[in-house]
Design a protein around this ligand. Structure first.
Ligand SMILES: [Ca+2]
Ligand SMILES: [Ca+2]
Ligand SMILES: [Ca+2]
Ligand SMILES: [Ca+2]
Length: 324
């Protein structure tokens, strides 16, 4: 019991401290992944482009920095496909329609997905200076983002595109109030409509995403790509216990649907990525989640309503364990 309480304390503290780390501590995802656009799809990236949105509350008056860990494609962390010959372009957008343009909220890099004002950009390839190190965009004034009344804040869009080459770029983000260290902005958050990420190599490590279920949602559909049959993807919430999703093999999408329960609205679901034993190594995977209208749902780094815990999970787990 003591361990369980400690776990809850860790989760709570982690959520407050790391709300703007992408991926967050609660997600337990080692790295985001984007490949160069000459890579085979079997390496696990479906479209060589990844978009994140960073939300700055309107009450914050300081400066905003968007930081990238290991932005280069070479040296440590990254996935070589032959020699490293890949270029990654990072782009920061703000202003009108950076977020609100419909093409910015899709899962495919098509149409006007680069909507808004380009505030900064930079191309990286092999770069020892930023290998295993942080690069910083900014400072930006919060008002350079797009004001979105629904969020009572300003939204910045940060995009990573593999513009040539066939290697995998592994990286992480942090929205900071400092240009030299990772210091979260109180009340800030980050979200995406699709995640392309690297799984742990250790089968004991479970990764998560937390799609937010709004009041209109009655059914969700998950799509996952290139899971390589690496164990299970399952969904839990306060009232749902370990529902299994259909998972994909190599270079293909798999999809499945389930109905939302009344008690799940206004909260986040917990999608859990559980590796098989022995685990697949260096597994990159893509996932998105939609509602019954086909609208993409947001995964927040700091889950809205907190990390959902199945109400009866302790008792239920004991019953399962007791089975022969
Ligand atoms: Ca590197
Ligand atoms: Ca290469
Ligand atoms: Ca990298
Ligand atoms: Ca894969």
């Amino acid at each position: 019991m003591k361990q369980i309480f400690f776990f809850f304390i860790l989760c709570f503290a982690g959520g407050r401290l790391c709300a703007q780390a992408v991926p967050s501590e609660e997600e337990n995802i080692p790295f985001l992944v984007t490949f160069g656009n000459k890579a085979e799809l079997s390496w696990g990236d479906d479209d060589f482009s990844q978009v994140f949105f960073f939300l700055v509350p309107e009450t914050y008056n300081g400066m905003v920095f968007l930081r990238i860990f290991d932005p280069d494609v070479g040296g440590m962390h990254d996935e070589a496909n032959g020699a490293f010959d890949t270029k990654m372009q990072y782009l920061v957008y703000g202003g009108k329609e950076a977020f609100s343009h419909p093409d910015a909220q899709g899962v495919d890099p098509v149409g006007n997905y680069k909507s808004g004002n380009l505030l900064a950009s930079r191309i990286f390839d092999v770069d020892p200076r930023y290998d295993n190190n942080w690069f910083t965009f900014g400072p930006f004034n919060p008002t350079e983002g797009e004001y979105v009344a629904e969020y009572k804040g300003y939204i910045f869009k940060l995009m990573c595109n593999g513009i040539t080459g066939n290697d995998g770029n592994l990286y992480r983000y942090f929205m900071s109030l400092s240009g030299t260290e990772n210091t979260p902005i109180e009340g800030g958050n980050a979200f995406a409509y699709e995640y392309s990420f690297r799984m742990h190599n250790n089968a004991e490590q479970v990764s998560h995403i937390y799609p937010y279920i709004d009041e209109r949602c009655i059914k969700v559909r998950q799509d996952n790509f290139d899971w390589d049959d690496d164990g299970k993807i399952r969904v839990s919430s306060g009232v749902r216990r370990e529902q299994l999703c259909v998972v994909s093999g190599d270079k293909v999408w798999a999809t499945s649907e389930f109905a939302i329960m009344a008690d799940e609205k206004g909260k986040s679901l917990d999608f859990q990525f559980i590796k098989r034993k022995p685990p697949v190594q260096n597994n990159n995977v893509v996932i998105n989640v939609r509602n019954q209208y086909g609208e993409l749902m947001r995964f927040y780094s700091s889950p809205i309503g907190g990390v959902p815990k199945y109400k009866y999970s302790i008792g239920a787990r004991k019953k399962t364990d007791a089975k022969p």
